[in-house]
Design a protein around this ligand. Structure first.
Ligand SMILES: Cc1cc2nc3c(=O)[nH]c(=O)nc-3n(C[C@H](O)[C@H](O)[C@H](O)COP(=O)(O)OP(=O)(O)OC[C@H]3O[C@@H](n4cnc5c(N)ncnc54)[C@H](O)[C@@H]3O)c2cc1C
Ligand code: FES
Length: 307
């Protein structure tokens, strides 16, 4: 669910992302958060005023064809100027290939092409109990989700409001090892309760983040008979596909509503190329494709076809 946007698109992207702008903006700073993981701060007040948690941007280096295509990155958070107004956006990226290696060379003042905000974003949390589940760099959408849920910031234009704050909010976050855990200080500063899991046990629970998710749902169920299994609880999840599949199964078993943020590779980001399609179930029992860039990247877990 995205907020209603009153700004005209300027200059607009073709097709189905009417709220998006294509702009060239300066780098404000670049800070290393964890192993191979960087936070890029960009100055773009108009985009920052519109974006909502779970939306994303296409990012490109201007004046080059290497790489030719932009790459999608989620909103990590907005940042505010001295008067408290949105001044720009932060993205956090893991270095995996050509573009993310180029990005590590960007310095303060360098120009960056930014298209956004794109995609649907997460719904306003509709629940009393909200569990955020991330694997690896899938943690990036959840700082803004968490900050909004604790009442720390209103996102979108007009700023969207929660009818009620979740009474219980927890972020469970899994990574390969301690040195890949990114942004824990940011989550703590935002007031989000975080539990971590690592594959090698170097921080937190040794094992899968889904263990923490399952334990949280059981804890909430024990605390309150109206917790999991009722519409009062929801999971928002982002990470590697096998992990998201496991979380979708957990949600189905416990009767908890679940939304997943897909990280499907994308070429255009605005609905034109169909490189990002995912298969969804239709109400008549059949299936069809949906473009992750415009109809997603957030989908209700039960709508997705797992193969
Ligand atoms: C909506 C959305 C939001 C995203 N948000 C973030 C974010 O906040 N931070 C972040 O670090 N990354 C994020 N990603 C993933 C990011 O787009 C890719 O890591 C990036 O495109 C890699 O570009 P590259 O040129 O460095 O790698 P490439 O040279 O293009 O690829 C390097 C390797 O990574 C693989 N790869 C590339 N893209 C993906 C992908 N999407 N999923 C799985 N494997 C991939 C390639 O197959 C190849 O093996 C997001 C993706 C989507 C769709
Ligand atoms: S990336 Fe081109 S249609 Fe989605």
């Amino acid at each position: 669910m995205t907020a209603t946007h009153t700004h005209p698109a300027h200059p607009s992207l073709p097709g189905l992302q009417p709220q998006a702008q294509a702009v060239t903006v300066p780098v404000v700073e670049q800070v290393q958060l964890a192993r191979d993981t960087w936070r890029l701060r960009l100055a773009c007040p108009e985009i920052a005023a519109r974006v909502t948690p779970g939306q994303f941007f296409m990012v490109r280096e201007p004046g080059t064809t290497e790489p030719l295509l932009g790459r999608p990155f989620a909103l990590y958070d907005t940042w505010l100027d001295a008067t408290g107004q949105p001044a720009g956006v932060d993205i956090v990226y893991l270095v995996v290939g050509k573009m993310t290696r180029v990005m590590t060379g960007w310095r303060t003042g360098d120009p960056v092409e930014l298209w956004g905000p794109l995609g649907n974003g997460f719904p306003v949390p509709p629940v009393k109990n909200l569990l955020l589940v991330a694997g690896g760099i899938g943690n990036t959408p959840f700082l803004a989700v968490g900050r909004e849920a604790v009442g720390g910031r209103a996102y979108g234009d007009p700023g969207r409001t929660l009818s009620a704050r979740p009474e219980r909010l927890r972020f469970v976050y899994g990574a390969r090892s301690r040195d890949y855990l990114a942004g824990l200080d940011d989550f703590a500063a935002a007031g989000v309760d975080v539990q971590v899991a690592t594959d090698d046990g170097s921080a937190g629970h040794k094992g899968f983040v889904t263990d923490l998710a399952r334990a949280t749902l059981a804890e909430w169920q024990a605390d309150s008979p109206t917790a999991p299994g009722t519409p009062d609880t929801a999971i928002y999840c982002c990470g590697p596909e096998p992990m998201m599949h496991a979380v979708a199964q957990l949600a189905e078993q416990t009767g908890v509503r679940c939304w997943l943020s897909l990280e499907t590779p994308m070429a255009c980001g605005f609905g034109a190329c169909f490189s990002c399609v995912t298969k969804v179930h239709l109400p008549d029992g059949g299936w069809d494709y949906r473009r992750t860039c415009v109809e997603g990247p957030i989908f209700p877990a039960h709508e997705l076809c797992w193969e």
